[in-house]
Design a binder for this molecule. Structure first.
Ligand code: CDP
Length: 211
């Protein structure tokens, strides 16, 4: 059983995905962490984000156990991730890892930008989670401020808009809802309301665990 969750930065897809995985007893993969880790490893090797061959090397030697790393959450890494995410060879390498993960029994929830369209087009349920950019910027501003980053609301909004543009305009696997994705707009919803709405949509499609 596979549940695919896509959407832009700070839409709430990560929180919703983790809670859905807990509810169903499924494994959960935040696929953005793979791209973030590749960007981190490129920088650690002193290589250039602008060279696809350097990013590919980092993707090929990616260590899954290095994903549990708080430094992956900082702003600069997210921006760098969306640069290496443009490279087809990097995406192809990470695709294999994601496919292996998606086959974990009894099921898996994967979140990202292209899960419903490219990684798992046959997923049992697909969600596309969105929210207005201003709301997403406010959420990310609070998150980063709590992590001790010195950011402004305007700066974070600008970053979110730039990243949306980079992710939707790239040629390989751009961010977009799959034709059969269920749309969930969390602009006016808090975490629990978003989760409840997601569960309702998924229940309609695949039922509850054990049913
Ligand atoms: O947490 P946030 O939504 O800000 O970002 P993320 O999910 O960690 O993803 C970071 C970047 O990785 C995105 O902006 C995308 O460029 C890229 N990404 C991707 O291309 N495909 C995915 N399946 C997941 C992330």
């Amino acid at each position: 059983m596979i549940i695919a969750v896509d959407g832009p930065a700070a839409s709430g897809k990560g929180t919703v995905s983790r809670k859905i995985a807990d509810l169903y007893g499924f494994s959960y993969l935040d696929t953005g962490l793979l791209y973030r880790a590749v960007a981190r490893d490129v920088a650690a090797a002193g290589a250039s984000l602008e060279a696809e061959s350097d990013a590919l090397k980092a993707a090929q030697s990616l260590d899954f156990s290095s994903l549990d790393d708080d430094s992956l959450r900082i702003t600069g890494v997210g921006e760098a991730a969306s640069i290496v995410a443009r490279y087809p060879s990097v995406r192809a390498t990470l695709l294999d890892l994601q496919l292996q993960f998606s086959r974990k029994p009894p099921g898996a929830v994967l979140d990202g930008r292209d899960i419903g369209t490219v990684v798992c087009p046959n997923a049992d349920a697909k969600l596309y989670v969105t929210a207005d950019p201003e709301i997403r910027a406010e959420r990310r501003f609070l998150e980063l401020s709590n992590l001790g980053e010195s950011v402004t609301r305007e700066g974070v909004l600008e970053m979110i808009l730039q990243r949306d543009a980079r992710d939707t305009e790239r040629a390989d696997s751009p961010m977009r809802p799959a034709a059969d994705a269920m749309l969930l707009d969390t602009t006016k919803l808090d975490i629990m309301q978003s989760f409840d709405a997601a569960v309702e949509l998924i229940k309609r499609k695949i039922g509850l665990p054990g049913t």
